[in-house]
Design a protein around this ligand. Structure first.
Ligand code: CAA
Length: 248
């Protein structure tokens, strides 16, 4: 299997960490992006990974800023090399019913969850198509597919990510680059821990698999899409939600 350079945005987060781990275990050189203000936390994360025997690179960059992403990509290309695998995983929630939602709660979620996908991918797509190989995976959500009470901002951003996937998949398919979406269901991380417990329990009670997802469930789907053999899967959305939302 070829060793590739992989960039995971939000790579030090809950799902991001496991994606980094699985890509490193698959033999790739992995760069985890983190928010510049969280450098100490990112260095502690890198040390913890090293203790597990996994050597990770870390790269500071604010994914909501186009210019910050440009600088980050230049830094990665200089220090590590050209990026062949991109996982757009950075994301936040600011849950509120629409009648109470403030403008900042809308724009922060759109900027960090959706505009980020443009801000990062735009700097990498041409290199991938020029080299004739690439894998882009966008981490969306079941709530982008079905909507969620209290998440007009998040549902809009996550649905938008898959629109991006479908368009860019068509632009890059002839050049050896695949673009896909993975849509996790309710997965055990700090993000779902922050939900009101009664609301979380009510949602998990509706999951046919009878449990929340694990970060391993999500990372498995991502690494599968990044595999050399996955070159004919593009423009797809892979739900990993325990049956919570089943559709074509
Ligand atoms: N469906 C219908 N009605 C609902 C409802 C639902 N799912 N949830 C609440 N309501 C009702 C309440 O019963 C209440 O009704 P009354 O006014 O008649 O009493 C009313 O809506 C409450 O509305 P408010 O505007 O006052 O809302 P709130 O301030 O109580 O807070 C909330 C609502 C912030 C949305 C809160 O319920 C919440 O945090 N929900 C969780 C949303 C969620 O699923 N987030 C996912 C986070 S994890 C993630 O996003 C990862 C991923 O990809 C899956």
């Amino acid at each position: 299997m070829s060793k590739r350079i992989a960039l995971v945005t939000g790579g030090t987060g809950g799902i991001g960490s496991e994606i980094c781990r699985k890509l490193a275990e698959a033999g790739h050189e992995v760069v985890a992006n983190y928010l510049p203000a969280l450098q100490a936390e990112a260095e502690a994360w890198q040390k913890q990974m090293a203790d597990e025997g996994l050597n990770m690179h870390i790269a500071a960059g604010d994914v909501s800023s186009f210019s910050s992403c440009e600088e980050m990509i230049k830094d990665i290309e200089g220090r590590v090399g050209p990026v062949d695998i991109l996982v757009n995983c950075a994301g936040i929630t600011r849950d509120k019913t629409l009648r109470k939602m403030e403008e900042k709660q809308w724009t922060d979620v759109i900027n960090i969850n959706l505009n980020s996908v443009f801000n990062v991918t735009r700097h990498l797509v041409e290199g991938m198509t020029n080299r004739g190989w690439g894998r882009i995976v966008n981490i969306s959500s079941v709530n982008g597919q079905r909507g969620q009470f209290g998440q007009a901002n998040y549902s809009a951003a996550k649905a938008g990510m898959h629109g991006f996937t479908m368009a860019v998949a068509q632009e890059t398919a002839a050049k050896g680059v695949t673009v896909n979406t993975v849509s996790p269901g309710y997965t055990s991380t700090a993000m779902t821990d922050a939900m009101p417990e009664d609301v979380r329990n009510a949602i998990v009670a509706q999951v046919p698999a009878g449990r929340m997802g694990t970060v391993q469930d999500i990372a498995f789907a991502v690494t599968m899409l990044c595999d050399e053999q996955a070159g004919y899967i593009t423009g797809a959305n892979i739900p990993v939600n325990g049956g919570l939302f089943i559709s074509f």
